[in-house]
Design a protein around this ligand. Structure first.
Ligand code: SAM
Length: 286
């Protein structure tokens, strides 16, 4: 037990977030990033990559619910799902709850993240050995370029556009994503903060607009990302995120959630005016 230890995410050169640490559970450096798992006071266990907060036990359900259940309840019958990144396992855990899913392929570049979460954060990593899981340690950029598989939903659960994640925000990657999506496929991506990264959202959405005919942004709130309001992009070959959403499917699924629900599904696409103005012409829900 440490007397006065804190972890501080230095989000930018003018903003930091501090969390009281009770114990350091893992600290390592892979070829891609530093990987730390700490036991915090008040937010449970926390994973950090390169000092940036990835997940905490206390609020990870918000992110993993919204990145997963919005696309999987819009697609009429998601059977084959691909997760790019997602090393903590939380997105895969939520994907595997859908009865229609026959296979969840997860391509995570850094084995150290998977191993650290398997060892110290079973809450998110618990289904990584599920019989329907196909876990690949590799670069998502290469995977989508080379796979012959077709996916109903692709979820890009990546870190911010730095280091190995940078190409995951580029046009070549999304052209390859488009090619390995089914004819009615949907891709949802970690879409950053409208408060602090509207420029990144603008560039990601302008990439998506070059590849897809429909691109949207939806948001959710969580505790441990700066500003507390975070977003996902939703690009689709066919299904509209609200018009083609049948809320009865959520009710009939019998699934219980701690963040997602069928009312919030549609409400998440209603955006603050500063976001609509900032993304005008780049999203179909502006
Ligand atoms: N929820 C977190 C967030 O919003 O930042 C992200 C969760 S997960 C920990 C992000 C993962 O993306 C990391 O484990 C990282 O190693 C992985 N990643 C980054 N670039 C990648 C790439 N090119 N291919 C596959 N995985 C990648």
């Amino acid at each position: 037990m440490h007397s006065d230890l804190w972890v501080e995410e230095k989000f930018s050169d003018f903003l930091g977030l501090k969390f009281k640490v009770e114990n350091v559970l893992f600290s390592g450096k892979s070829e891609f990033q530093t990987v730390d798992v700490v036991e915090t006071k008040g937010h449970g266990k926390m994973l950090l990559n390169d000092g940036l907060i990835m997940v905490t036990e206390r609020d990870e359900f918000a992110y993993h619910d919204m990145i997963t259940h919005v696309p999987l309840f819009v697609h009429p019958e998601p059977k084959n799902v691909l997760v790019i990144g997602g090393g903590d396992g939380g997105t895969a855990r939520e994907v595997l709850r859908h009865a229609s899913v026959e296979k969840c392929t997860m391509v995570e570049i850094d084995a150290m993240v998977v191993d650290a979460c398997r060892a110290h954060i079973p809450q998110t990593a618990k289904d990584l050995d599920h019989p329907k899981m196909n876990l690949i340690i590799g670069d998502g950029v290469e995977f989508v370029k080379n796979t012959l598989d077709k996916f109903d939903v692709i979820i890009v659960d990546s870190t911010d556009p730095i280091g190995p994640a940078q190409p995951l925000f580029g046009k070549e990657f999304y052209q390859d994503v488009y090619n390995c999506l089914a004819d009615d496929g949907i891709v949802v991506s970690q879409g950053e903060s409208s408060w602090y990264a509207l420029d990144i959202q603008q560039s990601l959405l302008s990439v998506l607009n070059q590849v897809f005919t429909q691109s949207y942004l939806y948001s959710f709130s969580n505790l441990t990302y700066p500003g507390g309001l975070w977003s996902f992009t939703f690009a689709t070959k066919k299904h509209h995120p609200i018009n083609d959403f049948n809320q009865q499917r959520v009710i009939d699924s019998g699934l219980e959630f701690d963040y997602y629900n069928h009312q919030l599904h549609s409400a998440a696409f209603a955006l603050p005016s500063f976001v609509k103005k900032g993304l005008k012409g780049l999203i179909s829900n502006s």
